[in-house]
Design a protein around this ligand. Structure first.
Ligand code: SAH
Length: 393
């Protein structure tokens, strides 16, 4: 039995949670006790008859006021519970780890651990917390990660803008071990030097791992390739390894481009790759070169709903300009990691871009984040990365 404080949810609003969604919004709850600190574990009950919906994290002043952890209201959210859930989540990645030494072990809501992300980068772990509930359990999570995975280092990469919505500070620091620097490789053998503290987001963009390898099937030997928003050069390296004659890798971050050079050396493709430090929006406006393959992987341009119109415009510009730069029968890999621009919306932007560029675009493949970043079917909010591989004629 558990004895968590009870919070009532309005009549019928529980139906979404019963259908597999994990959140209740503040306007759906009848009680919003101010005296319960953010992250308190509470029992959510139906208003009418007090039937329990489940236990989860409560936040008195976040729009997401409740995040479900267990539908069994008798289950305690304690150390044993969290250990079991983290182990279950990691076990789903066992097969992937046969082929590569870097995977996402815990993907938040989709692994029923709302607001917790854990990445394995060789022997190093990095984690990111976006819920006050896991923030309150940060030390326990760190202890569990040590106990379960025996890493050489653990890095806290609490840099997500989503933390502000929960009233949490931005922090990046080493919390266990030393020297969070290593080398990782994907299933195809592409190698990456990783400095978990210096890298963006959780230290490395694992979500594009499978898409980068897939790119190789679309790069002809001798092709001229442009990788916009290259970061560590993941797509650029794979294009070069597929036999591209030249790869131009563009990013505004000098430190990211330093990592591209390092990775090009590691993979023995230094000759093929040229780095350019530039704003990609300026680059696509000013440069008149022709390319056979272009990868367009901007950061999230719509971080919240109010950004949607502006983001739509930015995606339209980038897609139109890159289509203009493509040679006949070129390939455009067009990505969006904005939650607020869904796959159909991106498709319509791409269609409009083709019309403006006076080109014909065909979808060769529609992809998403790798299989270690699953989407919870009952919760569309857990989808974010959309990747279209297009033939542009
Ligand atoms: N394609 C990369 C991930 C891209 S993340 C991969 O496979 O790993 C987005 C990148 O865009 C970051 O490296 C960031 O430094 C860069 N960036 C953000 N805004 C930019 C801009 N306006 N011009 C150029 N680079 C930008």
């Amino acid at each position: 039995m558990t004895n968590y404080p009870q919070i009532r949810i309005r009549h019928k609003e529980e139906l979404r949670l019963l259908g597999g969604h994990l959140w209740a919004f503040s306007n759906e709850l009848l009680d919003l006790p101010r005296d319960l600190p953010p992250g308190t574990v509470v029992k959510l009950v139906r208003d009418r008859d007090g039937t329990p919906v489940g236990n989860g994290f409560y936040h008195p002043n976040s729009l997401i006021a409740f995040r479900l952890l267990t539908r069994n209201s008798d289950e305690a959210v304690d150390e044993a519970f969290l250990e079991k859930k983290i182990r279950e989540s990691a076990a789903k990645r066992d097969l992937l780890l046969k082929w590569r030494n870097a995977v996402r072990l815990v993907h938040g809501e989709s692994d029923l651990l709302p607001g917790l992300i854990v990445d394995k980068l060789d022997s190093i772990l990095s984690f990111q917390i976006t819920s006050a509930g896991f923030e309150a359990k940060k030390e326990l999570v760190t202890e569990l990660l040590q106990k379960i995975f025996k890493p050489t280092a653990i890095v806290e990469k609490n840099n997500s803008h989503l933390r502000k919505l929960e009233g949490l500070p931005l922090v990046e620091q080493l919390v266990f071990g030393s020297d969070p620097v290593t080398e990782i490789h994907d299933a195809a053998g592409t190698r990456y030097a990783v400095n978990v503290l210096a890298g963006q987001k959780t230290g490395f963009y694992l979500d594009q791992m499978e898409n980068r390898a897939r790119l190789r099937d679309f790069v002809h030997p001798g092709a001229r390739v442009l990788d916009l928003f290259t970061n560590d050069g993941g797509f650029a390296l794979n294009a070069a390894l597929a036999g591209a004659a030249s790869v131009t890798a563009v990013d505004e971050s000098a430190s990211a481009l330093g990592r591209v050079d390092r990775n090009a050396e590691l993979n023995d493709v230094k000759e093929a790759i040229t780095t350019v430090e530039a704003n990609c929006f300026d680059y696509v406006r000013e440069v008149v070169d022709r390319f056979d393959v272009i990868i367009l992987d901007p950061p999230a341009l719509a971080k919240s709903k109010k950004d949607i119109a502006q983001a739509r415009k930015a995606y339209l510009t980038l897609n139109t300009q890159t289509m203009r730069m493509l040679s006949p029968n070129g390939i455009l890999v067009s990505c969006s990691c904005s939650h607020h621009i869904d796959s159909d919306e991106l498709m319509s932007i791409i269609g409009e871009a083709a019309r403006r560029a006076r080109r014909t675009a065909t979808v060769l493949e529609r992809r998403g984040a790798g299989i270690d970043h699953p989407i919870l079917a009952s919760m569309p909010e857990t989808e974010y990365l959309k990747v279209f591989i297009l033939g542009v004629h």
